[in-house]
Each structure stands twice: as C-alpha cells, then as structure tokens.
Design a protein. Structure first.
Length: 487
C-alpha cells in the first residue's frame, strides 16, 4: 500500500502539522505499512523526522515534482495551512483515497475525507456534500504513539511541579516571561521547562534557570509523556500538545499563541478542561496564568480537570484514522497490499508449504524452515525483488505475490491462502500488483509460468490481461508461459 503524507513545518509557524502527521505515520507502521512523508520545511524539520521515510520538498513551489512522487498512491493525506484550493484539487486526482486535515473550516475541500480532531468539531458547520466524509472530534485527534496508552497519574496533595511547554518554536517568546513570573510567585515549586529546536531565546531561559528549574532540550515523545505524568500541572500553547496533556490527564493552563489555536482553547474551556482562556496578546496574560496556578493548588480541582481531559481524549485517534483509511481501500478492492517484512516469515512459510501451493510450484518439494528463514530474510531486503502480501480489512492474510526483476522484465508468482481461493481475488490482486510494478519500476514485461493442468491459475492470469506466448521446460516439467506487456 502506497501512503503519501504531505505537510509543512517552519520555525516561525511551528511544527504541529509534522507532529500529527508523524502520529498517523506511526499508526500505519503498526500495520507494517510504511508511508512516505513529503515535507515543505526548514532545516529544523530533519531532527523531527529521524527514522521515518521522508523527503523534504518545497512542494508549494514545485507541485509537479510532488505529483511525480505521489502518483498511484492508495492513500494521500494533506495537512497544510499554506496550500490553496487548486493544490488540493490537484492532489485529490492522484490518490485512490484522499484525507484532508482541517482545524478551522479553512477551505471548501474537494471530494474525500475531512479530518478535524478539534474538541467538539462534531458541532462545526461543515457542509454535507456528496463525495465528502467527515471524521470529527477529539476521538480522531492524531497523537504520537507514546500517547496511545499512558500510565496512571498520581496526585499529590501539594502542588510541587509545573511543566512549561510552549511548542517547538515558542513563536511569541513566552517561555522566559512565564518562567520568571513563576519564580517570583512560586519560588519553591519545581519548573520543568521544555526548550524546542526553534527557540530564539534559549540564552534568556538558561540565564533565568535556578535551583528549582530543570531544562529539557527537544525531549523525545517518551520523555514528554513522562514529564506530563510526573508534573502536577502544565502551562502550554493551545495546539497539538494540549491534546497530549488531556490524554495524560495533566491539568493544564493554555495560551493561544496563534490564530489557529482559538478554536482549541475556546472548546476546551467549554468542556471545562481549562479554567479559562488566555490569549498571548492579553494585557494581563501572565497575571491570568498566576491566578490559574493558584486555583490549581487545589487537589480537588486538579483531579476534576484530569478526569475531563482523559474522558475526551483516549489517545487512539491515530489508530482510528489509519484503520478507517485502510478499510476504505479494502472496500474498493476487497484487500490491500503491503510489502513483506521480517515479521511475516512464518505466515509465508505456512502458505508456501500448503500442499496445493507446493503441487503447482516449479519446485514441489516441502520447504524446510531453516531454508525458508534464510531465503525470506534475503528476499525482503533485495531491491530487485518485490515481495507483496495481501490482507483484508480485518488483517486476515489472503496471500502473497512476488516479482523477481531483471532489467525491464520480471517473473511473477502468486499464491492464496486456502480460505480465500475461488473468490475472484487472484485476478484482482494480479491486476493491482502488476499496475503497481509498471508504474513504480522500469519493468515493461511481466512473465508467469503455469502448469498446464492448473486451470484456475490460467483463467485468473488471462482475466488479468496475460496472454499465452509459448511453453518452457523447467526442472523437467512443462509450463505454459504467459506475458503481460506494459501499455
């Protein structure tokens, strides 16, 4: 399955889009599907993308280059505040299923799925139109894997620690001002301060640091989760992090640092997870923070806010969205394809040793496990060997289809699990996989070798467009040779 995720991130605007797109990336990885991220961003994005399949492309300036990369995508995801309507219209033509992430009804999006994970987005005035579907509300908010399941929060009778996390860039340079105020008003309370890659005022914060302050530089998601759980309360920007705080049940004071955060802070206040709204331009914004810290000294208030946050955000939004998209692909085809990975070795071994599969193979002998393990590990890593597995939407293993490529030609073999034979899936999987090979490789001819008595396979290959050319003798057995040429 080819998943293309298109987003952006800059120091002056923040990296929230990248964070939530990475969470969707992780959810697909749980199904052993590896998307590609296409990022329009600055140098700081590279540290966020380590370990992922990604390409940094200025797709706003070079949309044609992006289209050449994402063509034939099964799923295309766009998360942007910069892309215009024409860009979305163009992207929607190059994927079978399109998902557009929205926060504030920014555009009249083309046909596809619109995702808005803002708290209470179910009530937003989206227009119900043919060809559009909506995933709305905090149950769909994409959170990083580390927040899918969080530990139990322990409540202290006294307020002893505060987490300050104002985003990866702190676009309004609030962290130092907040820290200074807390030191003046709450000197004995520990301050855990997160400093992101894009901070312009690191030196100021470091100078302010005292014995009650601990600084954390661009902490990984696992450490962020632990900081949230170990801190009694948090002071945060009102973006993506606010949902992670809700998932961990961290009582929070939120500041809207950008126009696009107003919906978040307003709706969370309405749900009573926040005591009040604060905007960065408020004349007395720091005074309001101090007032809320005083109110959150009450363990009763902290417990109440914590429960509300966890009630609305269970951390499973990314998984729900990924599963929904995979189901959409399956509803079109009855299956989805993905590359084989090491964890698939046993299921492929069992299928390959199925008596029917062995009887129709070039080598009919039973395969030994040690031989298979070595062979499988080699094949899934070879660049000139495309090893695809088919699954239904319930992750039931349907079968395998393999292509051994030599220059512009390839030999294909396919086998299905017993319970999926005779349902017309072989033809569909062949068509889907062969189209993928022609579009994504330099192959122009696909060849199949079939025993003359294997009527079901012969009919399946013919239905998929293969034409019999001649015969071949392989291992002293006669095989019919079928050819499919690229059109």
């Amino acid at each position: 399955m080819k998943i293309s995720i298109i987003t952006e991130g800059f120091s002056e605007t923040g990296y929230g889009h990248i964070t939530r797109c990475l969470s969707l990336y992780q959810a697909f990885e749980e199904r052993f599907i590896h998307p590609t991220l296409y990022i329009n961003g600055d140098d700081n994005v590279k540290s966020l993308l380590q370990g992922s399949n990604h390409k940094v492309i200025d797709w706003a300036a070079h949309p044609t280059k992006l289209i050449s990369e994402i063509k034939n995508s099964d799923v295309t995801i766009v998360d942007s505040y910069l892309a215009g309507k024409d860009f979305y219209d163009n992207i929607s033509k190059h994927g079978k299923v399109s998902l557009f992430i929205d926060d504030n009804l920014r555009l009249d999006y083309p046909g596809g799925i619109i995702l808005n994970g803002t708290i209470d987005a179910e009530t937003f005035p989206y227009k119900k139109k043919s060809g559009k579907e909506y995933l709305l509300g905090a149950k769909y908010i994409p959170l990083r894997k580390e927040f899918w399941k969080t530990g139990t929060r322990k409540f202290k009778s006294e307020l002893s620690s505060i987490l300050i996390t104002i985003g990866a860039t702190d676009v309004q340079n609030l962290t130092g001002t907040i820290l200074k105020s807390l030191q003046e008003n709450f000197p004995s309370i520990k301050k855990n301060v997160v400093i992101g890659n894009g901070f312009m005022n690191k030196n100021e914060i470091e100078i302010l640091s005292d014995n009650s302050t601990e600084l954390f530089y661009s902490p990984p998601a696992s450490l962020m989760r632990d900081l949230m759980l170990s801190s009694d309360i948090a002071i945060t920007a009102a973006g993506q992090t606010l949902y992670e705080l809700a998932a961990t049940g961290t009582p929070s004071i939120a500041i809207a640092v950008a126009e696009n955060q107003k919906n978040n802070i307003h709706e969370w206040k309405r749900k009573e997870f926040l005591l009040n709204t604060i905007y960065h331009y408020d004349v007395n914004s720091i005074g309001k923070i101090v007032e809320q810290v005083q109110a959150l000294k009450s363990i009763t208030v902290r417990k109440e806010l914590s429960g509300i946050g966890k009630e609305y955000v269970d951390g499973q939004g990314s998984v729900r969205v990924a599963n929904y998209l995979i189901d959409k692909v399956c509803n079109k085809n009855g299956f989805y394809l993905r590359n084989a990975v090491d964890a698939d070795s046993q299921k492929v071994f069992d299928l390959s040793n199925d008596p029917v599969v062995r009887s129709q193979s070039i080598s009919p002998n039973t395969i030994k496990l040690n031989d298979h393990t070595k062979w499988f590990a080699e094949k899934v890593r070879k660049e000139d060997y495309i090893f695809l597995l088919a699954f239904d939407k319930n992750v039931n293993f349907i079968g395998q289809i393999r292509f051994e490529i030599k220059n512009t030609t390839t030999v294909v073999s396919i086998s299905l699990a017993k319970e999926f034979r005779g349902k017309g899936l072989s033809k569909k999987i062949l068509k889907e996989a062969c189209t993928k090979i022609f579009l994504e490789t330099g192959v122009s001819t696909i060849t199949a070798y079939i025993l003359p008595d294997n009527t079901a396979s012969i009919n399946g290959f013919k239905s998929a467009g293969f034409i019999q050319s001649d015969e071949s003798i392989i291992n002293e057995k006669r095989f019919l040779k079928f050819i499919l040429n690229k059109k």
